[in-house]
Design a binder for this molecule. Structure first.
Ligand code: GLA
Length: 391
């Protein structure tokens, strides 16, 4: 009887694709910094330590940014036992030294590898070394693993990522598992039990059209996000110079509306006041980190003008007006209908405007809503973000 039970369990485990990632991690979207968008392969011990220092001194850590993640290019080969070899020129004291340094600051440490035989930059990948690498990462004190999808030839995405997830689990150290297969095989449909976040698109570029194109691809994905399992529309480009301040505000606002992971991708040691104001807008970060974890949906699409909304804890709500056009726009804002609009119960939302305070999350002020309807001027590519807080 016992043998039959064990056999049944084995068969179930082997053929159901069953996997159990680490629970209770990433209960809100992960926040941190990643080296790729700004530094690509130009990573080193000095750079990463400098970014950890800057994360603290700039106030980013206090604002909630936590993970310092080295992306591609820290690895150069494998030894005769298959153990990964770190680039000694760039990381002379090895990776554990760096992890210890970052942990001593109260931050967490992340690293990158790839499900294929090589990473996207052609460095050794994890294929065939999953359990060995997971042990190595756990030994180094890794808290977050981004796992890419280059050079995977005929590999199956779900089983490849499940394999690495199981390997992490076996290694025993709780590690946030960030799946990076660019949405190719709809990870939102299968990755909830496998990882804590999954990329939904190809790589972001530091340009308005690329960024807003990514927003468009998140439209139908709201239902798949929640505590411990997030859609990842890629890392932030704020502060890298390719968009206007208004566009970067839109980028940040939409990522917060979408409950996206907030991984800064700029040089933290050299931030303008505008960049700091955007990345450390605590009122928007609170939206992103709302414990309900409800990703925003697009309530209204008037072509180049959209309204996005998401539910917040305590019967609250965040609304984002988005002017996508290249022109100034004057829009009519009807607070009652914004409050009542919802994807679940259209115009039957049970609360009244007088039950709410309304805050403008870029102006950082409470609005007078005695006039239910106001006209708002919006520059090109800009947003207005309102938070309805129940009194
Ligand atoms: C892929 C990923 C990027 C980055 C690079 C590194 O393109 O999507 O985010 O990690 O690989 O080579």
């Amino acid at each position: 009887m016992k043998v039959k039970l064990i056999l049944a369990l084995f068969v179930f485990t082997a053929f159901s694709g069953y996997s159990q990632k680490f629970d209770n991690l990433a209960q809100t979207p992960p926040m941190g910094w990643n080296s790729w968008n700004k530094f690509a392969c130009d990573v080193s011990e000095d750079l990463i330590m400098g970014m950890a220092d800057a994360m603290v001194s700039s106030g980013m850590m206090d604002a909630g940014y936590e993970y310092v993640v080295i992306d591609d290019c820290w690895q150069v080969g494998r030894d005769q036992n298959g153990e990964i070899i770190v680039d000694k020129e760039r990381f002379p004291h090895g990776i554990k030294y760096l992890a210890d340094y970052i942990h001593a600051k109260g931050l967490k440490f992340g690293i990158y590898s790839c499900a294929g035989s090589k990473t996207c930059a052609g460095r050794p990948g994890g294929f065939g070394h999953e359990y060995q690498d997971a042990r190595t990462y756990a030994g180094w004190g890794v808290d977050y693993l981004k796992y890419d999808w280059c050079n995977t030839t005929t590999q199956d995405s779900r089983s490849s990522y499940t394999n690495m997830s199981d390997a992490l689990r076996t290694a025993g150290r709780p590690i946030v598992f960030s799946i990076c297969e660019w949405g190719s095989t709809k990870p939102w449909e299968w990755a909830k039990e496998v990882g804590h976040l999954w990329r939904t698109t190809g790589d972001i570029l530091d340009r308005w059209d690329a960024m807003i194109g990514i927003v468009d691809k998140q439209r139908d994905l709201a239902e798949y996000a929640g505590p411990g399992h997030w859609n990842d529309p890629d890392m932030l480009e704020i502060g890298n110079g390719g968009m206007t301040t208004e566009e970067y505000k839109t980028h940040f606002s939409m990522w917060c509306m979408m409950a996206a992971p907030l991984m800064a991708g700029n040089d933290l040691a050299d931030m303008s006041d505008d960049t700091k104001e955007i990345l450390m807008n605590s009122e928007l970060i609170t939206i992103d980190q709302d414990p309900l974890g409800k990703q925003a949906s697009c309530y209204r699409d008037n072509g180049d003008y959209e309204i996005w909304g998401r539910a917040l804890e305590n019967d609250g709500k965040a609304i984002c007006l988005l002017n996508r056009s290249d022109e100034d726009k004057e829009v009519q804002v009807n607070f009652t209908s914004l409050l009542k609009t919802s994807d679940n119960y259209w115009y039957t939302y049970p609360y009244k405007l007088q039950d709410y305070k309304v805050r403008d999350l870029w102006e950082h002020k409470e609005l007078k809503t005695d006039k239910n309807i106001i006209m708002v001027k919006m520059p090109p590519h800009s947003v207005k973000v309102y938070r309805f807080i129940k009194k």
